[in-house]
Structures are given as C-alpha cells and as structure tokens.
Design a binder for this molecule. Structure first.
Ligand code: CA
Ligand code: CA
Length: 532
C-alpha cells in the first residue's frame, strides 16, 4: 500500500505557474485588497517567538442578525467588533489581565506558544434571541492569581455567582489550561458588553502548544433538530503526542480530552431528554456520543487521534444535505499537513499515524502501512478495548517545497464574488502563506476508507497592489515593513517558507465571502473576486 504524493506536489518549485500551464490548468488568481489593519498588539522589534507578530488575529466571525459587524479576536487579548460599514473598530472584551495589563483574566497565557491567548470565539446559533457566544482562552496555572474574571474595567460584566470549574485531568505534567466560557450579552445592539458569563470547561494541557481550540455549530441545524445548539470543540494534544514519555499516547487515550474533537450541549436547559449532565455540572453530553457507554472513557469525545485539529468548519451542501460534513484541519509533526472529514467515533491515528503513514515512537515515518492496518483502542494508559482501523485524511500535503509547514483554516466557499470557487474547499498553509482549493466532491469521494486516495490540491495566486504573487508571504513581508516591523525576517519559526511566517488563514463572513488574515503584519484582506 505505498502511496506517493501527487506529482505536482513533489515537483512544485518557484516556477509554479509555468508547471501549471504545462499541465493544462492555469491557477486561479484571487484579487485581494487590504480591509483592516488591526491595532499593533505585538512588538515591532520582532523579538521573541510570537510577540513580534504585529497583531495575532486568530479568527473573524460575522455577528448573526444582519448588523454588518465582524467579531475579530487577537490572541494577545482583545476581542474586537469591526463595523463592516464604517470600518470602526471597538474593543468589546479584553482577556489580557496579566500583570501590567488591564483586562479580564490574571492567569491569561499568551506570549509563548503560537496559539496561546484568546484562541477562539463562536456565536450561539440562537444568538439573535439570546445574545450568547462562546470563547476559548489559555491560562497558565502556575501564575499565582485568581482564575476568576476581574471586571474592574468591564463593569457591565456581572461576576456575582461566577465560579471556575475543576480542571479536567490530563495525564502527565501540566503547563496550561484551556478555558471554555459562555457569555451572554443582554443588549446586542450596542458595542459594549453588559451581561454575565459562565465557565463551562477547563482542560489541562501538557505544554504550551496545541491547546483547546476551535468551536463549531452545525449551521444546518434548526430548532427542534437533535443537532440544534450542539457544540463541536477541537482540542489539540497539548504537545503530548510527540513526547518520548508515556504521555505520547494521550491523543489515543479515551480517558482524556486532548487530541480529540468533542461534542457537548452548552445549555443545561436544552436537549434534556437526549443528554446527560457533565461531571462538572456545567453542560450536557448527548447520549449518542460514541463513547458514552465505554467504561472509563470521556463521554464528551466525538472523534480522536488528532495532533492539533485547530480549525474546524461545517461544510454545508445546500443542494444535498446528505453531503454536509464536519471538517478538521490538523497540523502535522514533521511530515504531513491534513484535512480530515470528522466521523463519529473515528480514530485519526495520531500519534501512531501521521497523515496516511506510520509514525514510530521515535517520531520517524514508515511509509508502508501494516498489512493489517489496525491500532488498539486505548481507554487508559493500561486498558485497551479491541482494535480500530484508522481513518485517513482526504487531503494532505508535505513539508516540502511547494507544500508548507502548518495547515491553516479552510472553508467550503458559498459566496458570489468568486464563481470559480463554488463547491470548492479553500485553505491555507500558515507559514508559507500558500492558498489552495480542492473540489468538495473529490473530498467526499476520498473519504472512502482507502488511505491512498486523496482530493487534488490546486494552487491559488494572489493579486495585490497591481501585482500577482504565488503566496501571501511576499505580501506580508512588504506590509510588515510598511507597518513598522523592524525584524529583518518575518517573525516566527518555519522551515519550508525559509525563515519566518506569514501566518495566513482564510475566513468567511455572513454572506460566505472570503477574507485572508495574516498575523505577522496584522492585516485582514478581503477577496474581491477572481482575475483572468
Ligand atoms: Ca452589548
Ligand atoms: Ca481515501
């Protein structure tokens, strides 16, 4: 069962458009324009791992309800409201309450670790009526301070009755905690927060990498459906899976939440008949989660065996709802970046697999899968319960020229401005700033139990300020300088990109139109359309 990367992946070099032309297929070129230069929250001298990035925008979401506002979170602490009409930017919440800062959380961890800080924000599907949204942020349990929010500078936040939850244990030493909070704003028509908050979950993480991450609701669910207001949570492995110590099996262990996709009902008043209340009493767990009846397993787990499923997206096929899928982009160790179709109870193999190859305990890759491709179902460090055939990605690309270092976000395009992208999944590589699309029907077809079949990747060029670029990297380099960035190279570590990171992700707004945001220059750009 040997599998080779598609030829174009193996031979991609700088002369990419020429290769594509020779292959009879010219790349799509997207015209992009600067949309918003975010306030500089990093250091312009570029020193340090992540603090030299000018603004660490990690996601943007359009507020439901037609107010024409984007909610944008910066890992360094702020959650902004960006008015699409006026481009006015308002700091709605500031999570950074570490010493010397005036925000909410005294144990807030943000400076080290590419995804530490205010990781994610997601709106409740019923936000228009209930004003509820959810956030994940990272705390350092070693900081000697309260884990309760300090509302000194946010008097609209009622803290009476707010209580932290006991950390959900993860095997091994612990450096971080990922915290999921439900916020309810009693007046969503203004740009300030007034209301209450409730901590739902606090997950122990072994190291500062791969934290609790993305939040996703199925947008096709309607009131009364079993999926209505059911929250999917991507939880990274906390760096455990690449360890040479016993925590290496954490992504495979069903008794811990790390390296998993989780599924919960945040609202204790919802789905009462079809759920059970969580151990900490703060949320519900659907009874049809796959490991609810497995002795010793965490009932929140929906799928497992991930390194860092840090971006999730519900792909909705309006013409055929049977094609709706949850997609998770997961960052690889040394070899493969992957796009995965998330199935109930499936095991994505890490840290016994990386991409569609075997990962050995010494972190070396073995290309040949075993003849009987099964791995143990690990309930704990000592107990196993049969075996399972791993589920493999539907797209993967290597840490090679033309590939990248770390997969970014991805979305099934639903907008109108780029007709050529309809029915396509568009995604990025973080460090190189490459952008690709893949055909969604090919992705569905590649979800076939055959580790060798994948959807093809197609390169996207970018047209910005009168020039065509093969990636976001040179655009971000120019913009970083223009904004006062002093480091001779872009901040952050990378291999395939050369030095530094563009740190590029895509996002979509409420109409499905695309944006590309990049942390190193701290700029959000909108996609205006395709160019011929
Ligand atoms: Ca408000
Ligand atoms: Ca396949």
């Amino acid at each position: 069962m040997s599998w080779r990367p598609p030829l174009r992946m193996a031979c991609l070099v700088a002369a990419l458009p020429v290769l594509w032309a020779a292959a009879g297929s010219s790349p799509l070129t997207l015209e992009i324009r600067d949309y918003a230069a975010m306030p500089i929250t990093g250091k312009v001298d570029g020193k340090g791992q992540t603090d030299g990035m000018l603004a660490r925008v990690n996601s943007l979401r359009e507020e439901p309800g037609g107010a024409n506002r984007l909610f944008v979170n910066d890992l360094n602490g702020p959650l902004y409201i960006l008015d699409k009409n006026t481009k006015t930017l308002t700091t709605y919440l500031d999570f950074n309450g570490r010493e010397g800062h005036t925000g909410l959380f005294r144990k807030f961890a943000y400076e080290t670790g590419y995804a530490n800080g205010l990781v994610s924000v997601q709106f409740d599907p019923d936000y228009r009526r209930n004003g509820t949204f959810y956030t994940v942020h990272i705390e350092d349990p070693a900081v000697g301070a309260s884990n309760l929010p300090d509302n000194t500078n946010l008097p609209g936040l009622k803290t009476t009755g707010y209580e932290a939850t006991p950390p959900i244990a993860t095997p091994g030493d612990i450096q971080r905690e990922g915290v999921l909070i439900e916020w309810t704003d009693t007046k969503i028509s203004n740009s300030t927060f007034e209301g209450s908050a409730r901590e739902l979950m606090r997950v122990q993480l072994n190291t500062r990498i791969h934290p609790l991450g993305d939040l996703a609701f199925n947008p096709a669910a309607r009131p009364g459906d079993s999926e209505w207001r059911v929250l999917y949570i991507g939880c990274g492995d906390g760096g455990s899976g690449e360890s040479r110590t016993p925590i290496r099996s954490n992504p495979q262990r069903l008794d811990t939440l790390v390296g998993k996709v989780l599924r919960i009902v945040p609202d204790l008043r919802d789905h009462e008949a079809s759920t059970i209340v969580s151990d900490n009493g703060r949320y519900r767990i659907p009874k049809d989660n796959p490991f609810v009846s497995t002795e010793g397993a965490r009932k929140e787990i929906w799928a497992y065996g991930f390194r860092n499923p840090h971006r999730m997206h519900w792909a909705i096929d309006a013409a055929n709802p049977a094609n709706n899928r949850l997609i998770a982009n997961s960052i690889g160790l040394h070899t493969w970046e992957t796009v995965n179709i998330v199935r109930k109870g499936a095991n994505y193999g890490y840290s016994a697999r990386e991409g569609n190859e075997v990962l050995r305990p010494d972190n070396q890759i073995v290309k040949q899968l075993p003849d009987v491709d099964e791995i143990p179902v690990r309930v704990s460090g000592t107990v196993t319960n049969g075996t399972i055939v791993p589920t493999y990605p539907v797209i993967q690309y290597g840490h090679v020229p033309g590939g990248g270092d770390a997969i970014g976000s991805g979305f099934l395009y639903q907008g109108k401005l780029v007709p050529a992208l309809r029915g396509k999944y568009i995604f990025t590589d973080i460090s190189t700033g490459r952008v690709w699309w893949a055909d969604y029907k090919e992705m569905l077809a590649a979800d076939d139990g055959n580790p060798g079949t994948m959807a093809a990747m197609h390169e996207v060029n970018l047209f910005w300020e009168k020039q065509v670029y093969p990636t976001m990297f040179p655009i971000v380099q120019a913009s970083y300088r223009l904004r006062g960035g002093k480091n001779p190279i872009l901040p952050g570590r990378a291999l395939v990109s050369g030095e530094g990171r563009a740190d590029a992700h895509v996002a979509v707004d409420g109409t499905g139109e695309l944006y590309i945001f990049t942390k190193s220059d701290g700029v959000i750009r909108s996609v205006l359309g395709a160019r011929r």
